[in-house]
Write a protein that binds this ligand. Sequence first.
Ligand code: TXA
Ligand code: MG
Length: 338
Amino acid sequence: MSAEILSTHTAALFDHAVQRAAERLRAGELVALPTETVYGLAANALDPVAVAKIFAVKGRPAGNPLIVHVASRAQAAACVTAWPALAETLARAFWPGPLTLVLPRSGAIPDIVTAGGPTVGLRWPSHPLIQAVLRECGFPLAAPSANLSNRISPTNAGHVQAQLGDAISLIVDGGQSQVGIESTVVDLAGSTPRILRPGMIHAESLMAVAGAAVAETGPGTDAAGETLRSPGLLKKHYSPKARLVLLNWADEADLLRQVAARHLIPARCHVLAHTHLPSPEIFGQVYLIPHDAEAFARALYAELHSCDAAGAETILVELPPETPEWSGITDRLRRAAA
Ligand code: TXA
Ligand code: MG
């Protein structure tokens, strides 16, 4: 079996794809759908049998909860038992968009979705295709990233096809994901709001809107308790097949020295640079990603997927700046390098 891929670039194709996706989802099947962050592998969040297929197809541990996607405040409210003022403030500012809010879950949400936990992660995505599918279905959609467990998330339909094409029957092609890395996950169920997974909506923007402190998950938070709180924060995650090495280099000579010190062969290394571009003749491939956090996030996973497709042994990535806009990107790179 190979998944059918439906295009959406005309109004008629878009409507057809929405109808077909909704049909499959109503029937308890999985459909890969575009979102603005990364592509999601969606199932009816209220149907535990359908949701179980997500875990099976991804090879995802049962202890890792899924994000539930909604397309209205009323739909969000039905999934939770509390909607604190801060949830309202953040939702008003950032929904629809790349922000997931973790709140106490209501009885409507099956155990399998939350991995048996007392909270549910909610997100109202901004991509028009998944919004149309959500409206057509009328039920919320549980959707993790549409990749095999522990691999790089897909940011286009081709990435989904390469990893899951043999395991699912339908992929909707909604173009390249515009944000490019997964949503920021904020825990609002505890006494203080806390970022469980950084993303393109960073701590500074959250605090500006919240008018209150939002705790950041530091690098040392892989202690047992933390891992239980958000299993997706396991240190090793989101990895390409090639070994990823994060480095700073002043110029090409400096990079070559560091490569030699690590006993790497330059021709087998692919380089992802944003500022100091080495010459392409020496390395396997050299990719330039603009020195702009939004553009970098949008391109990052596609570049990592293409390094893997090209059989890179090692990917050398130029470390991003330490400013807040880059925190989500640096988080993903550190995990991929772990
Ligand atoms: O941008 C995104 O969030 C994408 C798109 C498809 O929406 N989804 C996504 O899902 O990245 P996934 O399953 O690959 O990552 C969800 C993360 C995991 O780290 C999971 O542990 C965490 O969110 N999470 C989900 N529900 C949670 C909960 N109730 N409490 C704590 N963490 C939760
Ligand atoms: Mg994922």
